[in-house]
Design a protein around this ligand. Sequence first.
Ligand SMILES: [Zn+2]
Length: 235
Amino acid sequence: MNKKFTIGTFSGIGIYAHWTLLVMLAGIFGWFLWTSFSLTTALAVVVIVSALFGCVILHELGHALTARHFNISTLDITMYPIGGVARLEGIPREPRQELLIAIAGPAVNLAIAVVLFVVILATGGTLMPAPFVETDPNVLGLLMWMNLALVGFNMLPAFPMDGGRVLRAGLASKISYKNATRIAAYVGQGMAVLFAFAALPIFGGFNPILLFIAIFVFTAARQEAAYVLQEQEQA
Ligand SMILES: [Zn+2]
């Protein structure tokens, strides 16, 4: 169930795609082929989604290379349908280091969005993204907005997502690491519950990816908090 496929290696860090991501891409391809009857549209959508995942890989490399700066190595980077995970060897206890590692990821997406913005303006393109199904999708505009969405979403205080790490680092510079983790984990679980509500078909369509993120954040927040609290008890 844990089968992964190698995407490549960057600066000694292996980058992999979990099999579920490939199933999702195949599903997207099939769905758009089925609904649009156009091979070009289906391929274009898969290329755009793959480009978005490419931006997520750069985001994870942002975390990994910043962590390396603080002598923390990254075991690998794996891409899942809900996003990427850089497995760092450890999380620094120094709030400033955790903060910098956490914001490095969203900072990469912000930089990509700025570059795309400049390219779009320089080439006289339009900033408004056209829907996927149009024959001439505004790929650069779409990717720019998706990168901005990645920045916004990742900076939500949903510990252990990036914004939640920023929150813990901020709290840990004022109160004990243990209490900072406890508060960040509670806020993270609260955010996960909100994600779950937003994902259910109460306010709109059903969003399975957001539901998986909600479950992931909820359990990961509890696990990491339990780990820190137990470690502090032993110390
Ligand atoms: Zn991140």
